[in-house]
Design a protein around this ligand. Structure first.
Ligand code: BEZ
Length: 211
């Protein structure tokens, strides 16, 4: 199934290293990240899972619940988790879904047969508190993801959701932001007391509101 931005993230129930998970129930009113791994006991995935475990405080600060997926069994995941802790210096601190029958992988279109018939690609989905898909990125199996970029996009999405601003190219936390074009100047006056610089009527730049 193809999943597009704005679609409701498909719900499922699956086994994981943290027990059985009903995805929507597990996310509750939080934001979510669902990310897939080609296979257990593979080198790039090992580094990625360690990197995400190290970012737990940052995800918690943003009220984001992270769920990983690899198509192998919980038993394999548990054995691999020991290797992750040994080599990456951090224990898994989020659920890793087991998907041996590829039910979730197929639901989220994580298997791209022309890349591999059996391995999932490196998919990432960010899901909003309304369960709609806010971001989807697909990386090849041979390239580890940039989780700083993922955090940057989550910050941008949360600014849009909470403050009606968009973020320009290469924006970093603390940089100026852009007032969404759907907001009138009249409404913007109320919402952005620090004012803005209008480079064009549609390009209004204002300091990051939550700073
Ligand atoms: C890895 O995680 O290291 C990996 C998995 C599949 C293909 C290439 C690399």
């Amino acid at each position: 199934m193809t999943i597009r931005l704005g679609d409701t993230a498909p719900d499922f129930t699956a086994d994981s290293t943290a027990g059985t998970i009903n995805f929507h129930e597990y996310l509750g009113n939080s934001w979510g990240v669902l990310f897939s791994h080609p296979k257990d006991y593979t080198p790039v995935c090992t580094t990625e899972l360690g990197a995400v475990a190290k970012l737990k405080t940052e995800f918690d600060k943003r009220d984001v619940k992270v769920v990983g997926l690899s198509v192998d069994s919980v038993e394999d995941h548990n054995g691999w988790a020991a290797d992750i802790e040994e080599t990456q210096g951090v224990a898994l601190n989020f659920p890793l879904l087991a998907d041996p029958d590829k039910k979730v992988a197929e639901l989220y279109d994580m298997i791209h047969p022309n890349a591999s018939e059996t391995f999932t690609v490196r998919s990432v989905f960010v899901i909003g508190p309304d369960k709609s898909v806010k971001l989807s990125i697909t990386y090849p199996a041979s390239t580890g993801r940039n989780f700083d970029e993922l955090m940057r996009v989550i910050d941008s999405l949360q600014l849009t959701a909470n403050h009606s601003v968009a973020t320009p190219q290469n924006w970093k936390d603390g940089d100026d932001v852009i007032i969404v074009p759907t907001m009138s100047d009249e409404d913007a006056k109320e919402k952005f007391p620090k004012g803005w610089k209008a480079l064009k009527p549609y390009l209004r730049v204002t300091p990051q509101p939550n700073r």
